[in-house]
Structures are given as C-alpha cells and as structure tokens.
Ligand binder design. Structure first.
Ligand code: 1PR
Length: 555
C-alpha cells in the first residue's frame, strides 16, 4: 500500500497539524498547491482540509483551478477525505458566503447555528456523534471529537430522507437543539466536520482508518459502566467540560526558555535572589498535560515586548515541536500585533499570526492590541476600518482562530456614575464597604491600566471578529482561591462567543464551581498543574464523579 498521502493546500489555514498527524501514523505527506501537481501526481489518497471562511476557501479552490481536477479525481473512484470546510465544500453553498458556490455533490446549503438558550456560536469543543445507522471509518459514539465552526449542515427529516435516497451515509451530532452532519460517506468520499487531527487518539484512529481504507471497524467492547460514563448526556449543549492547561513562557535571567507562573502576574521568587520562577520546559510540560487529558494547551509568551528577530522567536520552535506529538488544539499568545522587526521591516499582525499557524498553532490570542482595537472602536463611534489585528486575522483565518486575552483588575467605586464603564454590584465589598465595582483592562501583562472596562472591551472585540475570550483576572492569578465567578458571569452576559475562565484554580473543586456557578465554556489552570498539586486527569475524574461530562481519550 502506498505510504504517500496528497493534501490540497490552498493556503487557508493550519495544515501543519494535519501533516504531523499523518506523519505520526507512518505516512508521508505531499502538499498540492497547483492543479497541475494534482494531475501529475495521480495520487492514491487525497485529503481536502479547510478552515476559516467558506467563501474564502471555495474561492481559493476554484480560482486556482482545482474544481475540475478534484472532480476528476473523485470520478476515478480513489479515496478522498474532506475535513471541516473541506467537508462543507462538498455542498452546493453556505449562507456564510451566499455568492460562493461549492462543489455541489450534495444539493443543500449550510446554515449558521442558532444562539438559542445561551448557546455560544461558534461551537468550540468536544462533541460526540450519534449512532442510528452503521458507522464508518472508525467513528465511535463513545468517543469525543473536536469541533470548531459556526456553520453546519443542519438536518431535518426531509433532508435526511433525501440523503438516504441519494445513497449517503451520515453520522450526526447534536449541538444544543440542532442536529447536524458530523461526517459523510458515499463510495470513495469520506468527510468530517470535526478536526480529526486535533481530536487526540480518537481522531488519529479515524485518519488511520481512512488511510488504511478500513471502512467499517468494530467498536471496542465497552462495559455498561464505561458506556454510562462516556456517553453524551447533552447537559452542556452536547459538549464536554473543556479543561485547558496554560503555560506562561519566558526567558529567565540565565537565558533559558522556561515555563513560569506568577502571583498576580509577579513571576519572580520572593526569596532566592528574586529569580524568575522556573517550573519546567515548555514542550515537555505541554506533552505531559496532553497525555494527562488536557483538551487544549495555551502558550503565552509573557515577555513579547522584548526585541528579537521575528523568525527567531523561540515560541515558533516551541510550537513546531509541541505540534508534532500533541493532537489537541494549541493556542499561542504574546506579541500578536503589527511589528517592526529588528531589521526595520514592518510585519503586519496577520503575517505574524500566519507564522504561528504555519508552525502548528490553531488559534492566536491577542492581549494588548485587543485593548487598543477596542479603544479605537469606541473613538470611531462603534466601528473600525478593518486594519486592527483582530479584524485582519479573523478575516483571513476565521473568528475561531482569534482569541482575545483579557487581563482585568477589580476597581471599587462609591457610585456607578463615577465611571463610564459598566459596573456590577458585588457580594464581596471592599474594606470601605463599597459594593459597586468594575473590571479595568490592563495592557502589557498588567503593567499599565486603561480607562476601559472588560464589558466594553469584550463587546467591541466580538464585533470586530474575535471568536473566543480568555478571561484572566489579575486579582486571582496564582491565588488558588478559585475563579472570580462574578467576573465570569459579567463577561458571559456581555458576549455570545465562548469564554474561558482563568486565574485562581487551586483544586479540582474550583473547576467544578467554575462550571456549575457560571456558564463558562472552558476552565483553565496553570499553577496547580505546574507545581504537581493535581494532574489534569485528577481534575477530570473529580468533575466526572460530580456529574459533569469530560473527554476521556484512551489510546
Ligand atoms: O499583550 O498580546 O503581547 O499578550 C501577552 C500575554 O501574556 C497576555 O495573554 C497576558 O495575559 C500574558 N501575560 C503577560 N504577563 C503575564 C504575567 O503573568 N506576568 N500572564 C502574563 C498571564 C495569566 C494566565 C495564568 C492564569 C492561571 N498569565 O496565563 O495562566 O492566571 O493561573 P493560575 O491557574 O495559576 O491561577 P500581548
């Protein structure tokens, strides 16, 4: 059997992770950037991966002349696998980009998920597939797969009946009250809406089955109690409770790249000559957390303001190495902005982000520049000119690739009229008994405060195209006192995109509280994992024992 896999690359996102996954399975990858290359190569197996905007992807595919060669390949009967927007491109269109037609193998249009009952859009997280007909290519209803998308082929009985008549087998998934197509199969065509290359061992197995053409693979023999704990109860719109391990990375005084961790953002030891705390090596720790079951890994370059030629940024190597063996989403933050490189060239933020995506990142997180963008948004009367990093990166790679990282501090006031920013009435008054407070945004890792509240910031950034909020809290950072639940509820009210709770988790019960007392979409921990107080698995076991579904990924 040929060990060469051809992958169509129309330069619309991160293909490095897919390449890593295929290579991990023992195959070689040949990227195909021109239609003639596809014709000349006459591949044995072809993958059509896509991320980001539907119109952008199909327009790239068509304008580069891929339509006919891909159709000819499909007619030849050789296996093809579409991934995410690569699956969507098989349909005739999407309401996301009404002017762009797809390949037309299925005569339906994709639509956007609804926001009903507080459901966040995009769907970001780990969902399961339902089994009401035989499954294919190693899909397993007791496993979880990583979905990240706002548009989907939403199902109804008529569409299902027509698909059946047309000979399509489908695997369905359910997000909130909407059922959609998670995977498709007909003859040599196979596709997934989820990202198998980011779905841990479960996803690697699906890719492996496609590459080996194992169309039907028997399910593992689960015991009844395993089935009970693994099966979806649809309590959280179908998604498991997402646990993120975060690594704050910087160079220490000896010049080594280390994972560090602060208390209220101060990362220096209180004794021992005030050294930068060294908690381990970034790639080793990330790998460890992946094996413990982390659903996502976030790397933050916390000294991004230091000058260094962009191509030598140490985080690029960290990502390249981490992405080789870690098959869950990777986020990178710190220094995602327009920069003037050390040789004087100006590099726009979208190119900085592109370098990270090409190195294996799935999302970039923007801190300081998100604050500047929101300030510009309000100064210009509630709009921007399309040039802020949030806008440029979101347009090129999709909202799901843009996280904003917020570093707020609580500020008490006697009266809400004392600030233009939105206040909350807190259950935790300050020493002076004041019960009104707002959350002030900071920049440069908490070094500078701005006259902008977290409510105002997150609303502006959502409008500009951010897809997710990483919500830190300087007051709680490193405190082990649990999350600031009032802050999380405040931001959840402000936006409809997913919100990641961060800062303060010191024990598994803090994660439970984060999920049960707020509608946080994910909970992040740092210090408790780095110090070895608890593993990610400890946290997940605790959540499961307390009635919250988590992803369990076994090899
Ligand atoms: O402004 O776009 O260059 O991004 C800089 C990024 O670096 C921002 O995301 C900012 O949050 C982060 N950052 C800057 N300085 C620090 C610091 O700690 N001195 N770290 C810093 C932020 C917060 C979380 C931490 C949680 C959980 N660290 O990453 O992981 O608070 O900690 P815990 O579980 O131990 O309580 P830009």
């Amino acid at each position: 059997m040929s060990k060469l896999v051809h992958v169509i690359d129309v330069e619309s996102g991160n293909l490095q992770s897919l390449r890593n996954a295929i290579e991990h399975l023992g195959y070689k990858v040949q990227l195909v950037r021109k239609p003639q290359e596809l014709i000349d190569a006459n591949p044995e197996k072809l993958i059509l991966p896509g991320v980001g905007n539907y119109g952008h992807f199909v327009n790239e595919l068509f304008s580069r002349g891929f339509e006919q060669p891909v159709k000819d390949y499909i007619s030849s009967g050789k296996p093809i696998m579409g991934i995410c927007v690569g699956q969507q491109a098989l349909f005739s269109g999407s309401v996301e980009s009404p002017l762009s037609g797809g390949l037309g193998y299925l005569p339906f249009k994709l639509s956007r998920f609804n926001n009903d009952n507080g459901k966040t859009v995009p769907q970001i997280g780990w969902n399961s597939i339902t089994q009401d007909s035989p499954l294919f290519y190693g899909l397993d209803p007791y496993k979880r797969y990583y979905f990240v998308h706002s548009y989907a082929m939403i199902l109804n009985p008529e569409i299902e009946a027509q698909l059946k008549r047309d000979g399509w087998s489908i695997a369905k998934a359910k997000y909130g009250d909407e059922e959609f197509i998670a995977s498709l199969n007909k003859g040599n065509i196979f596709s997934t809406q989820f990202h198998p290359e980011k779905s841990g061992h479960a996803g690697l197995h699906v890719i492996d089955c496609f590459l080996k053409q194992t169309t039907s693979d028997p399910l593992p023999l689960y015991t009844d109690s395993q089935k009970k704990s693994l099966q979806n109860d649809y309590s959280n719109n179908g998604l498991t409770r997402r646990i993120i391990a975060c690594l704050d990375v910087r160079t220490n005084d000896q010049g080594d790249l280390v994972v560090t961790k602060g208390d209220q953002y101060d990362v220096r030891e209180k004794e021992n000559g005030q050294d930068v705390r060294n908690l381990g090596k970034p790639v080793e720790l990330a790998q460890k957390y992946y094996e413990q079951g982390a659903d996502e890994i976030t790397f933050l370059n916390i000294t991004s303001f230091r000058d260094c030629p962009l191509k030598d940024t140490p985080m690029l190597d960290v990502l390249k190495l981490a992405a080789k063996t870690i098959f869950v989403p990777l986020t990178v933050g710190g220094g995602i902005k327009d920069i003037v490189d050390t040789d004087g060239t100006t590099v726009p933020a979208v190119e900085v982000a592109n370098l990270y995506f090409r190195s294996g990142a799935d999302k970039v997180s923007i801190g300081t520049d998100a604050v500047y963008a929101a300030e510009k948004f309000y100064e210009s009367g509630g709009k921007c000119d399309g040039t802020t990093p949030i806008e440029t990166i979101s347009k090129a790679y999709g909202a799901q690739a843009v996280v904003i990282s917020v570093d707020p501090k609580r500020v008490y006031v006697d009266d809400p009229a004392q600030t233009k920013n939105r206040c909350i009435e807190t259950n935790f008054p300050d020493e002076q008994g004041r019960t009104w407070c707002w959350y002030q945004c900071t920049i440069k890792g908490g070094r500078e405060t701005r006259d902008l509240g977290v409510w105002e910031l997150t609303q502006a950034c959502e409008k500009l195209g951010a897809g997710e909020v990483l919500l830190n809290c300087i007051d709680r950072d490193g405190s082990n006192a649990g999350y600031d639940l009032e802050l999380i509820n405040h931001v959840k009210e402000a936006v409809s995109i997913p919100v990641i709770a961060s800062s303060g988790a010191g024990k598994p019960a803090d994660f439970e509280q984060g999920f049960k007392e707020t509608s946080a979409d994910a909970c992040l921990g740092a210090g408790l994992f780095h110090r070895g107080d608890y593993t990610v698995k400890d946290v997940k076991d605790y959540l499961l024992a307390n009635g919250l579904k988590v992803r369990v990924d076994t090899n």
